[in-house]
Design a protein around this ligand. Structure first.
Ligand code: ATP
Length: 212
């Protein structure tokens, strides 16, 4: 008689809340408020930067795709060089993303298991574009008028109006993102107002948990 393997203990399901928005909308600022309130936030872009420098098989695949110069003389991923190649080559960008995104997905799944809060938050500019919202319990979109975002990013990054405008034009239009979002934060006012809206959403999420 073959002894049956015991069923693995079900992992406590944690609810993933996606945080997204276009450039300069306030994703990072909202995420910091959420962390201050005691919830963990996974910063996809920050983690991705780390992953490309700490994952030798991925590094090999990226070099095979883009050449050895994708990593600089100190062995670090060269965003500048890679950016120049993929900027005008959508096919190459897609191929690069098809290498990096699965690695980020695995990293995120491991990260989720390290946290024991009922909600974990994932900040990513590409929540709807990559359909990552499909694996989220709820999504939060932060949005603000274009002029407001332009000014904030120009101040923050020392970029020109034209540079920021080009990035904005290449992102999914706000009106499309709004259709997908469960919660929408309008970030045209001050930080106190932004914090208040964030806390209101946290309250609704907590209430939702109690009701279920
Ligand atoms: P990116 O997509 O470029 O990473 P982001 O969506 O994460 O941007 P933040 O970095 O949070 O946006 O905000 C952009 C800039 O605007 C930051 O310098 C931030 O401090 C500032 N900012 C955000 N919201 C407000 C606000 N309500 N009042 C004043 N400044 C703000």
């Amino acid at each position: 008689m073959v002894e049956e393997e015991p069923e693995p203990e079900p992992r406590e399901s944690k609810k993933i809340i996606g945080i997204t928005g276009g450039i300069g909308s306030g994703k990072t600022t909202v995420s910091k408020f959420i962390e201050e309130a005691g919830f963990p936030v996974y910063y996809s872009d920050v983690r991705a930067k780390d992953i490309v420098n700490n994952n030798p098989p991925l590094e090999r695949q990226i070099k095979n795709l883009l050449g050895e110069r994708a990593y600089d003389e100190n062995g670090f991923y060269s965003r500048r060089y890679v950016g120049e190649i993929v900027f005008n080559d959508e096919d190459m960008l897609n191929q690069l993303n098809s290498l990096i995104h699965p690695a980020v997905k695995v990293d995120f799944e491991n990260w989720v298991q390290e946290h024991n809060t009922p909600f974990v938050f994932k900040e990513t500019a590409l929540l709807f574009e990559l359909k990552l919202n499909e694996s989220c319990y709820k999504s939060i979109l932060i949005t603000a008028d274009d002029n407001c975002r332009l000014k904030r990013v120009m101040d923050r990054d020392n970029k020109t109006y034209r540079e920021v405008e080009t990035i904005m034009q290449n992102q999914m239009p706000e009106k499309d993102k709004i259709k997908f979002a469960d919660f929408i934060i309008y970030n045209n006012d001050g930080l106190a107002e932004l914090k208040a809206q964030t806390h209101q959403i946290l309250l609704e999420l907590k209430n939702d948990l109690v009701e279920k």
